[in-house]
Design a protein. Structure first.
Length: 328
């Protein structure tokens, strides 16, 4: 069993991470490269980052030992439906010396698998966007939200940033002095917390500052809201609570009442000790009192575990998960 190697890759818009693991849990190599999502970077550029991460992970590993691989990727269905994109990934895989098959799964499934070995459950992710998915037999089943900033992503980083600006605009319209959160948003967007003698002038400058950038950049204000909530700022705390209610409601679209299967929380806003993670856990416990809530962990290791499941020597999935995927 120790001679068999599996590869897992966790590919996002800003980074590509690869890990090579033996079935006894030994980490044989890791690789990191730039963003490898073909939707945002194009297939050829994404494949170059994939190849770089693979080469680094296999620096001290004979590629002939690798028996299976899984790539976790946002927009996996688009890659699988694009012959040119899949061909670019195939070339990168082959050029790294690999001759074994690989599978492509959505990043939501990989996030789920990074938190639990249970075949059935729910994953709720909040980062720049937000999405929930039901998992059955380690396959994505029903999905809720993930509709993008214009049509959905309620409770996401984008949502927090947009709502912080909207609250600030409402204060300025009403002639109220912005509170600490509003002052910080003003500083981040305009370089100063000072309000013009005619508040409408500040409103106009804010609108211009937001609309001349790609809309999704409002997500960069999410850490400002999180920091405000940590400090007890009332507007920021209220936004965090509202975001948590949105995210729990998204999960409720696909997760039945009384469901006791695990729920994995993923994405930058829900992993670690964040105010939103705490608020979401409270909402989830209120809706599903008996739920076991986990945090997402190492996505590349989880992808390697998914790859290993198809091998006859893999053994018990839960025991294999305990060996391959670090506890989060």
């Amino acid at each position: 069993m120790s001679g068999t190697v599996v590869l897992g890759l966790d590919i996002g818009g800003t980074s590509t991470r690869a890990t090579a693991l033996s079935l006894n849990g030994q980490r044989l190599g890791t690789g990191r490269a730039g963003g490898g999502n073909p939707t945002s970077h194009g297939a050829e550029a994404a494949a170059r980052e994939l190849h770089a991460a693979l080469r680094a992970a296999l620096a001290d590993v004979d590629p002939a030992r690798v028996r299976a691989g899984v790539i976790g990727l946002a927009g996996a269905a688009r890659l699988l439906a694009d012959p040119a994109g899949r061909a670019a990934f195939d070339r990168a895989w082959h050029d790294a010396g690999l001759r074994c098959p690989y599978a492509v799964h959505g990043d939501a499934l990989v996030a789920y698998a990074s938190g639990t070995a249970a075949p059935d459950g729910t994953v709720l992710i909040a980062g720049t966007g937000a999405i929930a998915a039901q998992v059955h037999g380690l396959r994505l089943d029903r999905v809720a939200d993930g509709h993008g900033w214009l049509l959905g992503d309620a409770g996401s980083g984008f949502w927090l940033g947009r709502e912080a600006v909207r609250r600030l605009l409402a204060d300025l319209d009403a002639g109220r002095t912005p509170g600490p959160l509003g002052a910080q948003v003003l500083t981040d967007l305009l370089g100063s917390a000072e309000v013009a003698s005619r508040p409408r002038d500040t409103v106009d400058m804010l609108i211009q500052a937001v609309t001349r950038r790609p809309p999704v950049e409002l997500a960069r204000l999410a850490p400002v809201v999180v920091a405000g909530a940590v400090d007890g700022e009332p507007v920021a705390s209220g936004l965090i609570d509202e975001a948590a209610r949105h995210l729990a409601a998204t999960a409720a679209r696909i997760r039945p009442a009384g469901d006791t299967t695990p729920m994995v929380l993923g994405g930058g806003l829900l992993t670690g000790d964040t105010p939103l993670a705490t608020a979401v856990r409270t909402e989830v416990a209120r809706r599903w009192p008996d739920v076991d809530v986990r945090s997402a962990g190492d996505g590349a290791a989880a992808a390697a575990w998914l790859a290993a499941l198809g091998l006859p020597e893999a053994g018990d999935p839960a025991a294999l998960h305990a060996r391959l995927v670090p506890a989060s």
